[in-house]
Design a binder for this molecule. Structure first.
Ligand SMILES: CC(C)(COP(=O)(O)OP(=O)(O)OC[C@H]1O[C@@H](n2cnc3c(N)ncnc32)[C@H](O)[C@@H]1OP(=O)(O)O)[C@@H](O)C(=O)NCCC(=O)NCCS
Length: 196
């Protein structure tokens, strides 16, 4: 097992701002106030929110609130909530977030969403894979976890493609808009990461 001489907390505290990451086909950058319309387009779509942990947004203010929340959470270093853009475009087409940092056990959780008209092109895989590679290299993460709805085949395929394994099922863990859903728990160990 690799020994790290720095802690995740120190590495997060030392970040001067959102790290900007470039994948083969996507870019991850910090969210801006001007992203609110684009993020509303992503998170107001019932297709995107079908297996999400909260119901679709109904007002642009919620998207503006999301941007503000991402900045507050970055300042507190509890979440790293990037927006995803295409490689050569600046429009926000999704988000990718690392959170639940556990410094002692060198682990964190990941979540992501992409605008529905961009699904199936490998863009989310590229972005998620890049975020994980960065977090392993720069934060020293040993393990990354994801929690998906077991019906979310696209999300599972993405995660399995970059090295995650399904590790278990938690029953009726989410209640969203009156629906009760199980959680499929997946884990990736740093040495198992594969470039998406
Ligand atoms: C999950 C999500 C980010 C995947 O985005 P994506 O850009 O389509 O991902 P990819 O193009 O890398 O596709 C991943 C795999 O899923 C497949 N896939 C894409 N859409 C699919 C669908 N609707 N049903 C089944 N499989 C699908 C792709 O073909 C690919 O499989 P392959 O490697 O065998 O070709 C996207 O569907 C999404 O934003 N969903 C809503 C939000 C969400 O559920 N997030 C996950 C919660 S943590």
């Amino acid at each position: 097992m690799a020994l790290h001489t720095f802690s995740i907390d120190d590495a997060l505290a030392a970040l001067p701002g959102f790290p900007e990451l470039r994948g083969r086909r996507t870019r991850l950058r910090g969210p801006r106030e001007s992203d609110a319309d684009a993020l509303f387009a992503v998170f107001s779509d019932a297709r995107v929110m079908r297996y999400w942990s909260r119901p679709p947004m109904t007002s642009r203010d919620e998207a503006a609130g999301l941007v503000a929340e991402c900045h507050e959470q970055f300042e507190a270093r509890t979440h790293l909530g990037w927006v995803i853009t295409a490689r050569d475009d600046d429009e926000a087409i999704g988000t990718c977030t690392l959170f639940h940092f556990d410094a002692r056990n060198r682990r964190a959780e990941i979540g992501y969403a992409l605008r529905a008209d961009r699904w199936g092109q490998g863009l989310a895989r590229d972005a998620v894979s890049r975020a994980i590679a960065w977090a392993i290299a720069h934060l020293g993460l040993h393990r990354i976890e994801a929690d998906i709805d077991p019906r979310n085949d696209a999300s599972r395929r993405l995660l399995h493609a970059i090295g995650f394994r399904t590790e278990g099922l938690m029953r009726e863990r989410w209640i969203v808009g009156g629906d009760i859903a199980d959680s499929e728990v997946l884990g990736l160990l740093a040495q198992d990461w594969r470039d998406g």
